[in-house]
Design a protein around this ligand. Structure first.
Ligand SMILES: [Fe+2]
Length: 420
């Protein structure tokens, strides 16, 4: 699929042609954005396609949203932030939907309670499909017809809308996996699903010498605001594991009493272990003395060589302590990943870092509702780096900062270690 990210790189910069040249460049940009828009919107529907209308309405916990909600919310995002302010004469599909499908944008008005998203049976899946078609047509029309003077502003919002929708594409898979895990018959999202191949773990480490590095992203391509400003940080000396922590290592941690040894855990982590009854990663089930894991392909035996997945920050931190090592900081991860010498840095599991999610030096959230996108969440969460098997193609960057609360483990989250 051509992505919005690859699309961003195709935007001409640093030139000021006039007349016909300007028009042809603007035509090419419009065509490219229309293509990227169609590709991303189609990918959302492709991910929803294996799911019935009943599957799409379930909300299995407050943190997870129904698939139908993801399809509608990503559509509302374009309607609210692009079409209403920028498409003259745009007819809102249904005035009632803004309340239902606004997620957390206080500046955009009141909204439905997040934990009650699964109670919204109407609009039904077919009506949400019609909502998507209505907005798709209006966005294509706007990109095609907006005057050149307003094109930059329009395409900037289209681009953030596409990256936003790609984030929700990942959540569609994590959320349906959580929902299906509650079902005693353990349905498979895709019976043919396989973990992406990744090299088996070794004890090999990548050594980073002490140096001052530029961290973050002020580049020309798309990045979220939380990836900047670019700033300098002292990194190293440190050794970063080239490989992700494997299931085999995690089985050793379990066998050594990892989940029963309070001294390995942060206080909040141990409280969570006790409250939740954790004795293994998320979705692991023991039967006849053997561990299996519920996956997008259904219940599968644990593959010892595969990276461990669905662990929380608390578990990653306890494992690192048990192993006599550490989690890397996000800056250490970014420097190590920049040399392309890490196995599975992208596309398998997100990797917890020990960095709290906070603003980079000089960061300010932008004005208006879109300024609520990242900045207001910069407290009480930890940063994950890389990307996962559920991350859409074209949505990964070494500077990308994912963030979740330390107890979260329904994401495709694992870890790699650091030592000093
Ligand atoms: Fe969203």
């Amino acid at each position: 699929m051509s992505s919005a990210a690859s699309f961003a790189a195709s935007q001409p910069e640093g030139q000021a042609p006039a007349g016909e040249a300007l028009s042809s460049i603007s035509d090419a940009r419009r065509a490219a954005f229309i293509g990227a828009f169609a590709a991303v919107r189609t990918e959302t529907e492709r991910r929803a396609a294996p799911l019935s209308a009943e599957d799409q309405v379930v909300q299995s916990m407050p943190d997870a949203s129904p698939i139908k909600w993801h399809r509608a919310h990503t559509t509302w995002f374009f309607e609210q932030f692009l079409l209403v302010p920028h498409a003259a004469g745009y007819r809102v599909f249904d005035e009632r939907l803004a309340f239902l499908f606004n997620s957390y944008y206080v500046s955009a008005g009141p909204r439905h309670a997040r934990p009650k998203r699964g109670l919204v049976t109407r609009p039904d899946a077919a009506e949400v499909a019609a909502y998507r078609r209505h907005v798709d047509a209006a966005v294509r029309d706007l990109i095609l017809r907006v005057e050149d003077a307003a094109l930059d502003e329009v395409l900037t919002i289209v681009e953030i809308g596409l990256h936003h929708e790609q984030q929700h594409q990942e959540l569609m898979l994590t959320d349906i996996l959580h929902a299906f895990a509650q079902n005693p018959v353990l349905p498979a999202y895709d019976a043919a699903w396989r973990l992406p191949p990744v090299a088996a773990g070794t004890a090999d480490f990548l050594a980073l010498q002490e140096a001052i590095h530029s961290i973050g992203n002020d580049g020309a391509g798309f990045r979220f605001d939380n990836e900047g400003p670019l700033h300098r940080e002292l990194v190293g000396p440190v050794r970063i594991a080239r490989h992700l922590v494997s299931n085999a290592e995690w089985l050793t941690f379990i066998a050594d009493g990892g989940y029963a040894t309070p001294t390995l855990w942060l206080s909040d982590g141990w409280a969570t272990v006790e409250a939740e009854g954790w004795e293994a990663p998320g979705y692991w089930r023991r039967s006849d003395g053997q561990w299996a894991a519920f996956t997008l392909g259904g219940l599968r035996p644990i593959d010892p060589a595969a990276p461990v997945c669905h662990v929380s920050y608390y578990e990653a931190d306890a494992f690192a302590r048990w192993s006599g090592r550490h989690l890397p900081t996000e800056a250490e991860w970014e420097v190590a990943a920049s040399g392309n010498e890490l196995c599975g840095s992208h596309g398998v599991v997100w990797q917890w870092t020990r960095s709290a999610y906070a603003a980079y030096p000089g960061y300010r959230a932008g004005p208006g509702a879109l300024g609520e996108y990242n900045g207001k969440f910069m407290v009480n969460q930890m940063v994950l780096r890389g990307s996962s098997l559920a991350t859409p193609q074209g949505h990964s960057r070494n500077s990308y900062r994912n963030f979740f609360p330390p107890s979260a483990r329904w994401q495709f989250s694992g870890l790699r270690l650091a030592e000093y």
